[in-house]
Design a protein around this ligand. Structure first.
Ligand code: FMN
Length: 178
């Protein structure tokens, strides 16, 4: 059993990515302990680039990141859940990734594997290429961490577009993560 931290980023009340995430989490829970960090419920400020965290290990900003950063650092596996926005990750997820800068110099980092779950309106599997690159860019900054793959919910404008096949696919994706 691993500790898996899922970071979900849509601000929509009826969200395609969160709907598929819930199915993925059912699959994950068959093997793992799961913690969900929901950015939509967080007070999340932008990184101001002061770099204080690189010396002190702590962020100067006072918001909800301090309550969740250890759930990122101490997880075995991270899964980022995001709608595709302009063929990248959502701005709110990017802000969260930037705010993980205090983890960059730390030597007690535990997470080794990163996955993603994307949803988008586009039905072309290539839609995930650029958001994948965005996440890979973050992953590659952390030695020994690997981007292991993603689930794509394509052709999903809103929750009404979600089919049984999508739900099952997300569940199976979660279950396949060992
Ligand atoms: C600002 C914005 C940008 C978007 N950009 C894209 C895009 O580049 N490609 C795409 O296929 N869908 C795009 N979409 C559609 C969303 O990815 C799609 O509606 C998705 O299901 C939203 O997920 P959510 O319900 O979890 O927020 C965009 C939506 C918004 C609001």
């Amino acid at each position: 059993m691993k500790k898996v931290t899922v970071i979900t980023s849509s601000l929509r009340a009826k969200s395609t990515s969160k709907t598929l995430m819930n199915e993925m989490v059912k699959g994950l829970k068959e093997h793992h302990e799961v913690k969900i960090i929901d950015i939509s419920r967080m007070n999340l400020k932008y990184c101001i680039g002061c770099m204080t965290c690189q010396d002190t290990g702590k962020c100067v900003l006072n918001d909800d990141v301090k309550n969740v950063i250890e759930d990122v650092n101490s997880a075995d596996t991270l899964i980022f859940v995001t709608p595709i926005y302009y063929y990248s990750v959502s701005g709110q997820l990017k802000t969260f990734l930037d705010r993980m800068n205090p983890l960059y110099p730390r030597e007690d980092r535990k997470f080794k594997e990163v996955y993603a779950l994307f949803t988008c309106a586009d039905d072309d599997p290539k839609a995930t290429e650029k958001p994948t690159k965005a996440i890979e860019g973050w992953v590659e900054c952390f030695d020994g961490v690997e981007y292991k793959g993603y689930y794509d919910g394509l052709a999903l404008n809103d929750v009404g577009d979600i089919t049984e096949k999508d739900l099952k696919g997300a569940y199976e994706f979660g279950k396949s993560i060992k």
